[in-house]
Every structure is written in structure tokens, then in C-alpha cells.
Design a protein around this ligand. Structure first.
Ligand SMILES: [Mn+2]
Length: 309
């Protein structure tokens, strides 16, 4: 049986894209970690069960969605059989055999899937001839809204908006913006959680030229929820950095309405300052105007920097 699975510390795009692709492939959806509150809210809303937890690639045929980075997936990936990747990130996985790899610079993996569906191209992904049900359309819509922060992130494309409109019609959702606000509200629950949980809820690890870098993010509608926790967050980050051998850990508290991030940095602070041409305060924090996307705005300058040192 083929297993369709998104990245570790799954977000709504990873989970919903896995469920929908599993539906089309007659496969089993999986998850590599606990669901965040937003994703739980979405699955409940559309009455879809949580995918099963999968901790190993061994003996499995795998379709990976929403990631193509070895540090964000099974450590024993080579023990499974990777058949396909559907994604919207840059590729970091090498395979010994050719595989089907679809990656498009769109706002979410769900957008990539929706685009194939509406262009009658699902068979190109090896999928069965099936209709998108209102339930499945709702999951894809939620994933697009989540990844693009309701079209506010600079990763948003026209295709994301176009697909969201089409999906909303099938899902029976009249007001996309209002549905998006529901998601933001469910997501912002994370900001009220203890620092350690907040740090790891939406957290990705990267290998940057041999250096282990972690980047976490929380999206808030109101900074004041998180402000009192900054010191505790920095302490938890420092602990994690030392214990797990990170060169650098960055945590972005993203204000989705004012479009900017307060960034907390531990470890090689000089690397961060040089990469972003900024100064951190004594604590190791700064505000980056206009920065909302980890993939587009936080990862590239750091990778660029570590390439040179
Ligand atoms: Mn995604």
C-alpha cells in the first residue's frame, strides 16, 4: 500500500495535501508528527479523520508531499521506496532511480494538486479518475489559505487565488476571507501555549552547507499575546541549540496584519546579522519589516551566507 505523507511537524498544507492525494491514489495518508490546532480545526470542520502516525519509511512505497528536504522527513528514507514527490519547495532529495517529481513555485502544495485537478491532469500524477468531493475541496482550500496566510504572504500567486475560488465553490464556502479568519483564529491559539510548544509547533530543520539550522515560526494577529514570552522563548531556544548541536536557531513571530516579523535568534548571531544586514539587540531580537515567509525570506539569505563561510 502506498503511503502519502507530508513533512515532520506537519502543517495544514502537509496534512490536507496528503489526505487528498491519498484519496486520489487510493493510498493511505500518513503524518510525521502531531497536528497543530489549526489543522485539527480543519479536519473537524470537514469531518475527516486524522492520518495515521508513520515513523519509518521501511518497507513502504512513499509519495512525499509538501517537502523535498532530507532533514524534514524519515531518517531512514532510503529503506523505503520513494515513488513520487509533489511539492512547492526547492528539491534537496537525491534518488538512485528516476522518480516523478512535481514542484511548482506556488503558494501551497494544495495549489499544485488543485491545478492538476482543474486542468484534467490528475492522471499525470498517477491518480484514479475521481471527482473532488466538497470535503476534499474544503481541505485543499484550507491548505492554500493556511500556507499563504489568507493571501497575505509574499509567496501568494494569482494561481493560489484562482484555485481557492474554484475550490470554495465545490466546498460550499461563500466567504473565503471569513473562512480564512476562522483559520487564523484557530492558528493563533498556538501563541497562548507554553514557549517550548510554541517553538516546535511550526519548526523546520535545515542542513546549510554542513551547519544545522532550525527555523520556527508562529503567526499572530496580536503581538501582545507573545510579547511576555520572549525571554522564555529565548531560553528554550538556547537550551535546544546547545543540546541538539545547532549552529543557529531562529524563531519568527509574524504579525499577519502588519506584515512583519519579530525575530529571535540564538547561536551564531553574527551569521544572522550578516545574512540579513541587520543588528540584533542585546537579547538577540530584531524586527524585520515585510518578512512573513520562512521559505522565501528567511531561508535564502541564511543559505547564501553559509555557502560563503
Ligand atoms: Mn506547504
Amino acid at each position: 500500500m502506498v503511503c502519502v505523507v507530508g513533512h515532520k511537524n506537519p502543517d495544514t498544507d502537509s496534512i490536507c495535501s496528503a489526505i487528498v492525494m491519498a484519496y486520489f491514489l487510493d493510498a493511505t495518508p500518513g503524518r510525521q508528527g502531531e497536528l497543530n490546532p489549526e489543522t485539527k480545526y480543519v479536519l473537524e470542520k470537514f469531518g475527516v479523520p486524522e492520518p495515521k502516525y508513520v515513523d519509518s519509511a521501511k518497507g513502504r512505497e512513499l509519495v512525499l508531499v509538501d517537502h523535498a528536504d532530507p532533514s524534514q522527513t524519515f531518517s531512514d528514507l532510503d529503506k523505503g521506496e520513494l515513488v513520487c514527490i509533489i511539492d512547492h519547495h526547492k528539491n534537496g532529495i537525491t534518488t538512485s532511480k528516476p522518480i516523478l517529481h512535481i514542484s511548482k513555485p506556488l503558494g501551497s502544495t494544495a495549489t499544485v494538486i488543485a491545478e492538476f485537478y482543474f486542468n484534467n491532469g490528475m492522471h499525470l500524477l498517477g491518480a484514479k479518475n475521481k471527482e473532488l468531493t466538497p470535503q476534499m475541496a474544503g481541505l485543499l482550500l484550507a491548505a492554500i489559505l493556511s500556507d499563504t496566510v489568507v493571501f497575505r504572504s509574499p509567496t501568494t500567486t494569482e494561481v493560489d487565488k484562482e484555485m481557492a475560488e474554484k475550490l470554495a465553490k465545490i466546498a460550499g464556502i461563500d466567504d473565503i476571507e471569513a473562512f480564512g479568519k476562522e483559520l487564523l483564529k484557530a492558528k493563533s491559539v498556538v501563541a497562548k501555549k507554553p514557549a517550548a510548544e510554541m517553538l516546535t509547533t511550526d519548526y523546520k530543520e535545515f542542513d546549510m552547507n554542513g551547519r544545522k539550522v532550525g527555523i520556527g515560526q508562529v503567526e499572530v494577529v496580536d503581538f501582545s499575546d507573545v510579547e511576555p514570552k520572549v525571554d522564555e522563548l529565548l531560553r528554550v531556544m538556547k537550551e535546544k541549540q546547545e543540546k541538539e548541536g545547532y549552529e543557529l536557531i531562529v524563531f519568527a513571530i509574524t504579525d499577519v496584519l502588519n506584515k512583519g516579523s519579530k525575530v529571535l535568534v540564538v547561536g551564531n548571531r553574527e551569521a544572522f546579522e550578516k545574512a540579513f544586514n541587520t543588528k540584533l539587540d542585546e537579547k538577540g531580537t530584531t524586527y524585520l519589516e515585510g518578512v512573513m515567509s520562512r521559505k522565501k525570506q528567511l531561508v535564502p539569505p541564511l543559505e547564501e551566507y553559509f555557502k560563503k563561510v
